[in-house]
Design a protein around this ligand. Structure first.
Ligand SMILES: NC(=O)c1ccc[n+]([C@@H]2O[C@H](COP(=O)([O-])OP(=O)(O)OC[C@H]3O[C@@H](n4cnc5c(N)ncnc54)[C@H](OP(=O)(O)O)[C@@H]3O)[C@@H](O)[C@H]2O)c1
Length: 286
């Protein structure tokens, strides 16, 4: 895809990977960026940075788990700021817990944002792209969409599903000149992972590295964009020697009692310990 002079809509653009993608696309010469998330204030800050680079920025503050609101917002944004050439579905949420202790509302949130939110928005935009016979869609999955992670069963399920969704759409929408790809970051330093009990030995990427990998992948029309050498190694290891990967995952995964301790500490800390202190304790792995 040639990025120069195009219009992109990026979800999850208020923070983390989505924000980094928006800034990277602005640097690469996009004409207009439509920034989507719930937090209007944070979106405005990102928009200001983008406008400082001489690129137009439009804010769309909406909860992607609310299909009616999303439908109305997309109709308005397409009319006033379209057509959109590139959609990046980056908004997502992750919870880590032992499956036996997991709570239904958290599972539902993961499913309704990561999966149904992506489905709703992609459906609305792909139909419009099909009538203009041009478009590119990138769905942000995860390395956990290839290599399932114990303690993150629902999250892994949503990320596996996004890969299947992407593969099916890639074939189905090619006739309308719509390209569909998946971006698969590994562990990346964002708000999402601050409260997670990190898997041992995994090297953290920066959101900027992920955004740069996306732009390179877009230029080559790569169907799946893996980020970092660890991801390539994990995927090859799964293909060639699944039992070895299984063993490594077993050793790398935080133990249930570690998660339990973290949960108890979180309850204790509610209200009077700072978030930084909690991250510090998370990182210590007891
Ligand atoms: N960080 C990692 O290690 C990692 C690794 C692999 C894949 N990923 C994937 O990368 C994507 C981005 O993750 P991240 O690390 O950047 O997470 P993050 O820093 O927590 O950002 C999540 C983004 O999603 C938005 N969002 C959350 N709930 C929303 C809702 N209901 N409606 C609209 N927007 C919503 C948030 O904005 P508001 O709160 O303002 O709504 C925020 O912009 C996710 O799909 C994640 O699964 C992350």
């Amino acid at each position: 895809m040639n990025i120069q002079g195009k219009v992109a809509l990026i979800t999850g653009a208020s923070r983390g990977i989505g924000r980094a993608i928006a800034l990277e696309l602005a640097q690469c010469g996009m004409k207009r960026l439509i920034l989507v998330a719930r937090d209007r204030q944070k979106l405005a800050e990102v928009a200001k940075e983008i406008e400082g680079m001489g690129v137009e920025a439009v804010i769309m503050a909406v909860d992607l788990t609310q299909p009616t609101a999303v439908n109305i917002a997309i109709a308005q944004v397409w009319r006033n700021h379209g057509p959109i050439n590139l959609l990046v579905n980056s908004a997502g949420v992750a919870y880590q817990t032992s499956f036996l202790q997991s709570k239904l509302p958290q599972m539902q949130e993961e499913l309704s944002l990561n999966l149904l939110g992506t489905y709703t928005l992609t459906h609305l935009i792909a139909r419009r792209m099909a009538s203009q016979r041009d478009g590119t869609i990138v769905n942000v999955s995860s390395l956990m969409g290839k290599v399932a992670a114990p303690t993150m069963a629902t999250y892994s399920a949503t990320k596996f599903a996004i890969l299947g969704f992407t593969q099916a759409l890639r074939r189905e929408l090619a006739q309308y000149n719509i390209r569909v790809s998946a971006l698969l970051p590994s562990l990346t330093d964002t708000d999402m992972v601050r409260d997670l009990k990190i898997f041992r030995w995994v090297i953290t990427m920066t959101p900027q590295q992920v955004a740069q990998a996306l732009v390179t992948g877009l230029r080559h029309d790569a169907p799946e964009i893996l980020v970092g050498w660890q991801s390539h190694l994990a995927v090859w290891c799964q293909r060639l020697s699944p039992w070895l990967l299984e063993m490594i995952l077993h050793l790398a995964t935080p133990r249930p009692e570690e998660l339990g301790l973290l949960t108890r500490f979180r309850r204790f800390s509610d209200g009077f310990l700072s978030k930084n202190m909690l991250s510090f304790v998370s990182a210590m792995r007891f």
